[in-house]
Design a protein. Structure first.
Length: 260
């Protein structure tokens, strides 16, 4: 789940910007199915409710997303695709997602991967791109780190015409990047209970991940599901306490860097 900002004390308004204007189109880039919902689910639900078109780009095939050594990985890949589409619907999207299907656990921030991310950005033409912070200290999972690098490098390649001129779609420059689990939080997106409820519902769409990433051993055990939902709401309240007290999700916002 998203890291909390450090409590800045009484000078919080000067340290954090709050609430971007609702974008027309947002693209969230996750290493795996469910990463987007953990990192920015409530923010995307808020924007979708206000008319934003939300899109998912999932970089890996999710084939290692099980603790069962006997898991049928081909079945798991197909299942995680279906779960991601359902999660998108629960956030208020149309259930569409783009899957690049790089092997889970083996994602590299290479030129071919950057080409594919840039192509997706040019095709979807988002105002805001969201994803992993590649500069997060002590980040253990290599896919998360490399997904973050691919996001920022893909934005650069998508915006400038001499990168990948063979791409069919013209260059596109987003107006903002939001990085979740940020090493240095500088922006809060305030959310309401209904947006957090949508986030929890979207996370529960990733049924294959309830045990491994949400700590719900029995997917049908309602008390465990409620306990997880309570943790999501509590985290948002704690995050918002660093701002004006309204529940929030935390990010590092990049805007001026998009011009250079």
């Amino acid at each position: 789940m998203s890291e909390l900002p450090t409590d800045p004390g009484p000078d919080a308004p000067a340290r954090y910007s709050v609430d971007l204007a609702v974008p027309s189109v947002a693209l969230a880039i996750g290493a795996h199915a469910d990463d987007v919902e953990f990192g920015a689910g409530a923010t995307l639900a808020k924007w979708a409710a206000a008319g934003c078109g939300i899109h998912h780009l999932v970089l890996t095939d999710g084939s290692k997303g099980s603790w069962d050594p006997e898991e049928d990985t081909a079945r798991l890949v197909a299942l995680r695709r279906d779960e991601q589409r359902e999660a998108s619907k629960r956030l208020g999207g149309v259930g569409a997602a783009t899957f690049l299907d790089w092997p889970d656990g083996e994602l590299e921030a290479g030129l071919r991967q950057r080409w594919e991310v840039a192509a997706c950005i040019r095709r979807i033409r988002p105002d805001v791109v969201l994803g992993h912070d590649p500069w997060k200290r002590y980040r253990l999972h290599p896919d998360h780190r490399n997904a973050g690098y691919l996001l920022v490098e893909g934005v650069v390649a998508a915006r400038d015409p001499h990168f990948f001129p063979e791409l069919a779609d013209p260059p596109h420059r987003p107006s903002a990047i939001l990085l979740w689990e940020a090493d240095e939080v500088n922006h809060l997106e305030r959310v309401e209970q209904r947006h957090l409820d949508a986030k929890v519902s979207a996370l529960f769409a990733h049924r294959s991940q309830l045990r491994s990433t949400m700590g719900v051993e029995d997917p049908d055990h309602e008390p465990a599901r409620q306990a997880f939902a309570a943790r999501v709401h509590a985290r948002a309240r704690d995050t918002g306490a660093s701002g004006d007290g309204q529940p929030a999700e935390a990010f590092h916002l990049m805007t001026e860097h998009l011009m250079i």
